[in-house]
Design a protein around this ligand. Structure first.
Ligand code: PLP
Length: 444
C-alpha cells in the first residue's frame, strides 16, 4: 500500500510521523497562483536573469566540460516516457495512473549527476562572474571561454568557497569551484557516502567529515567560513541564488514538453513528484513551474519516513523552528540526499501555498522501486531519487487529482523527478539493485 492520510488532527499526524508510518499530508493552505505571484519574496524576473547568466557561461562550460558540447554548454537533462514502469506500478499497487508517466532524468545531468548540480553550479558561476567583473577582468559582453585561461585560475585561487552537504551539493560545488580555480572546502554530514568524498578529494577539494547530520555540517561550514578572509559560504538552508539555479529547470522543461508535443493546460494537467531534503531543490523547481504553468501544474514532495522535515515544518507552520529530532525521529535513512532534519527557512515559506501535498516513503520501498525501475526501464538511480516514484500510485493523490479533473485526468502528464544516480560507482549501484531485488523476492 502507498501512504494514506488516515490522521484526523495535527497530533495524530505527528504520531504517525513519530512511528515512521508512511503518511500523506494534503496542503490546506494551497492558493491559486494569481493570488501569490505579486508578492513572491523572489521576483520571477530573477529567474530570467539566472537563465541569462547560465547562457553567458555556455562557451566556458563547453570548454572545460566537453560533455556539455552536445547541449551547447547548457546543463540540462532529458525527459523520458516510462510506460513499462507505469504498468509495473499499476500492477504492484493496484492503483491505476490515468495519463502518461515520464521521468525527468536529472540523474544524468552533466558534471555532477544530480538535481543539486543546477543550483550549485549556478551559484558558483554567479559568484565567479561577480568577482571577475568587480576586479575589472570581465564584462558581460565578453566571450566567457576566456575564464578557462590560467590567468583566471590564478585569480580565483585567492578566494575560497565552502558548503555544507549530505553529498550531492558538495559534488556540484566542489567540482565547479575547483575547475574555476577556487580553494574549496566541503563540510560533509555523517550520511555522505564514501565514494562522493573520494571523488571530491581526487578533484583537489578539501573534505571535512562531520559525525553529525546535515544541519550541523551546514552550521559548522558557515561558522568556519565566516572566520576566514575571502571565504564565500554557499548556504543550502537560505540561499536565494541556489534556489534560482534550481528553478531554471522549469523554463527548460517548458521547452522540452513543447518539443515532445506535450500540452499543459486546464484539460491537460502536469503532475510533478519531487524528492525533498532541505527543500531548496524541489521548492526552487516548484516556484519555477508555478510561474510557467500556474495552476495547471501540481507539485508533490516526497520524504523518507525518518526525515520528514518539510512535512513537519509546513504541517505545524513552524518551518525551520521544528526538526524531526524534536519529535523523536533519528533522521537516519539510506536516502542520503534526503537525510535532513530541519527544513530550509527560505524554501518552506516560498512553497507553503504552492505545494499540493507531501508524502513519506520508507527505505525498503525506495529500494524496491529502485530495482523495479532498473528492471523495467534500464534506468539506474540512487535511493533518494526513487522517492518521487511512489507518488503516482498514491490513492490520496489520485483522489485529489480526480476531484479536480474527473475524466480529464486521462490527459495528465505525471513527471517523476529522478534526482541523482549517474555518478554512483558501478559496484555500488549493483549492490543497490540486488538489495531492492531481494526485498521484492521476500514479498513473493
Ligand atoms: C539525489 C537527491 N535528490 C533530492 C535531493 C533534495 O534536494 P533538497 O535537499 O534541495 O531538498 C537531494 C539533496 O541533496 C539529492 O541529493
Amino acid at each position: 500500500m502507498c501512504p494514506e492520510s488516515t490522521y484526523k488532527s495535527e497530533e495524530e499526524l505527528i504520531d504517525q510521523l513519530k512511528n515512521k508510518k508512511e503518511t500523506f499530508w494534503s496542503n490546506e493552505s494551497l492558493k491559486p497562483y494569481y493570488t501569490l505571484e505579486k508578492n513572491l519574496p523572489i521576483p520571477t524576473g530573477d529567474l530570467h536573469e539566472a537563465e541569462k547568466l547560465l547562457q553567458r557561461f555556455t562557451p566556458y562550460l563547453e570548454e572545460v566540460f566537453p560533455e556539455t558540447k552536445k547541449m551547447n554548454g547548457i546543463i540540462e537533462s532529458p525527459i523520458r516516457g516510462i510506460p513499462s514502469m507505469q504498468q509495473e506500478l499499476e500492477k504492484r499497487y493496484q492503483q491505476s495512473i490515468p495519463g502518461h508517466l515520464y521521468v525527468k532524468c536529472d540523474h544524468d545531468l552533466p558534471i555532477a549527476g544530480s538535481i543539486k548540480a543546477r543550483g550549485g553550479i549556478y551559484e558558483v558561476l554567479k559568484y565567479a562572474e561577480g568577482l571577475a567583473i568587480k576586479h575589472g577582468k570581465l564584462t558581460k559582453d565578453d566571450d566567457y571561454s576566456k575564464l578557462a585561461n590560467p590567468e583566471f585560475k590564478q585569480f580565483f585561487s585567492n578566494f575560497s568557497i565552502a558548503v555544507g552537504s549530505t553529498g550531492n551539493l558538495a559534488l556540484s560545488i566542489g567540482i565547479m569551484s575547483a575547475v574555476l580555480g577556487f580553494q574549496v572546502t566541503v563540510h560533509m554530514s555523517v550520511d555522505a557516502k564514501e565514494w562522493k568524498k573520494e571523488l571530491l578529494r581526487d578533484k583537489g577539494v578539501v573534505v571535512v567529515e562531520h559525525d553529525r547530520d546535515f544541519s550541523f555540517a551546514v552550521n559548522e561550514g558557515r561558522r568556519q567560513c565566516q572566520e576566514q578572509k575571502n571565504c564565500y559560504f554557499i548556504d543550502d538552508e537560505n540561499s536565494k541564488d541556489l534556489f534560482l539555479g534550481y528553478a531554471v529547470a522549469a523554463l527548460r522543461l517548458n521547452e522540452q514538453l513543447k518539443q515532445e508535443n506535450i500540452t499543459v493546460n486546464a484539460e491537460h494537467p502536469l503532475v510533478v513528484y519531487l524528492p525533498c531534503g532541505v527543500g531548496g531543490g524541489p521548492a526552487g523547481i516548484t516556484y519555477g513551474l508555478k510561474y510557467v504553468f500556474g495552476d495547471h501544474v501540481h507539485c508533490y514532495f516526497a520524504e523518507p519516513t525518518s526525515s520528514p522535515c518539510m512535512m513537519l515544518g509546513l504541517a505545524t507552520g513552524k518551518h525551520e523552528d521544528i526538526s524531526v529530532q524534536d519529535i523523536g525521529l533519528d533522521n537516519k535513512t539510506e536516502a542520503d540526499g534526503l537525510a535532513v532534519g530541519r527544513p530550509s527557512a527560505l524554501a518552506g515559506r516560498l512553497v507553503e501555498n504552492m505545494v499540493n501535498g507531501i508524502y513519506t516513503i520508507n527505505d525498503e520501498n525506495l529500494y524496491k522501486l529502485l530495482a523495479l525501475l532498473h528492471e523495467s526501464e534500464g534506468i539506474s538511480l540512487e535511493p533518494s531519487a526513487l522517492a518521487g516514484m511512489y507518488g503516482p500510485s498514491s490513492i490520496d493523490i489520485q483522489q485529489q487529482l480526480g476531484h479536480m479533473y474527473g475524466s480529464r485526468l486521462s490527459h495528465a502528464t505525471h513527471l517523476v523527478w529522478a534526482t541523482g544516480g549517474s555518478l554512483v560507482p558501478k559496484d555500488i549501484m549493483e549492490g543497490f539493485v540486488s538489495k531492492g531485488t531481494s526485498f521484492l523476492r521476500e514479498e513473493e
